[in-house]
Ligand binder design. Sequence first.
Ligand SMILES: *Cc1c(COP(=O)(O)O)cnc(C)c1O
Length: 451
Amino acid sequence: MNYISTRGQVPAVSFSTAVAQGLAPDGGLYLPETLPDLKPHLAAWSQLSYAELCEAFFAVFATDIDRAELHRVVERSYIHFDHVDIAPIVELDADRYVLELFHGPTLAFKDFALQLLGNLYESQIARTGGRISVLGATSGDTGAAAIHGLLGKEGVTTFILYPDGRISPLQERQMTCTGSDDVFPLAIQGSFDDAQTAMKTVFEDREFADEVGLSAVNSINLARILAQCVYYLSAYFRLPEAVRKELTFVVPTGNFGNVLAGWLVQRMGVPIKGFRVATNQNDILHRLFQTGRYELEAVAPSVAPSMDIQVASNFERFIYYAEGRDPARVRAIIQTFKATGRYRFENFDRESFTSSRTDDAQIAAIIQSVYERYGYIVDPHTACGFSDVGGGKEIILATAHPAKFPDTIQAAIGQDSTHPSLEALKSRPIIKHSVEPTPEAIKAFMRARVS
Ligand SMILES: *Cc1c(COP(=O)(O)O)cnc(C)c1O
């Protein structure tokens, strides 16, 4: 299986190349040349454990990695989860199920992909030699999940930029209390945008990139999307047969990576009914699915910060399919959107999607009412999935553990939500490094650590 760019201006590449590059050299995102039909596999896959299912699924895509090596990579990726089902399902009532995706090491769904990506990197390094330096910028969850995915990987040094004082104290502890010599949390004086701008400039210095073996772990990496496909499949198999075809998957959405993974599974022949894109007050995608108009607005910080996104980076993959798999059209749309901040879709296929929007006041009310009704605590991101749209039966993806957001939970229900792994962090020393948010300062810091 080969991988093509949504923008169509580079040759197709292997799975390993697509994963190593992250972004395609023409600025596009990688997708499989053709989407396989999974239907013939479903009967055999229905009885597999989570890790076995993941391996069988990746065997269809990672055709340049031999099966024994793939087995080793996948086997190690889900051992740090604290639930035997990995992605357990909770039935709240006959019409509402929750798919809990917060049982990984950093208590957010990003662990599903980043644990696997860390092991894929390690395997690649073992095969090709050399070493890599990962540089990322984070506003919270991604940095923590990336650090824990890359922790202890032979040949990998990790540098994560974050705005000092502007992420939650627990998120900071998840990044800074690892005790690892190969992980460098870099606190910068400035905003997340400052961190991201500096990071992009560092990546543009090709000479430096080659010198330190620079690599990125951003959410557009194809391996992250494919890893997320697996829990939709797993949920489909675990749901009672009588309801599985009637359930809409409700996905708290920011960069459109999570819901895209589910939609790809549906396109590969798994009979999922449809999806609801649940946004917070940063509702560019909700407005799009309601009106067909994709219009940029300013980001308004919310109590569900991992969804505080306006330009959803993975949306380009959806556009590729929705616009007839025509890279020239994708390029034109992206160009118009970049230049004007808006694009009006005439007739794109949004058949499988509904959408909803939930603001901060509604999030607090939902956390309270879900707790009163079911005795179940949802985190502020997951709460957006519970907004009442009067639909039919739903399965809501719980994207983070509520204990990551103790203040919001305390304010909503007057009660603490705790988790042992977060409590343990509170007694560990914080190790972070102060760096100026300039490309020169970041490069100097990295050079000193990897040479
Ligand atoms: C990243 C994140 C999201 C948004 O997921 P996307 O794939 O960007 O749509 C939602 N909830 C939580 C807790 C997250 O960390």
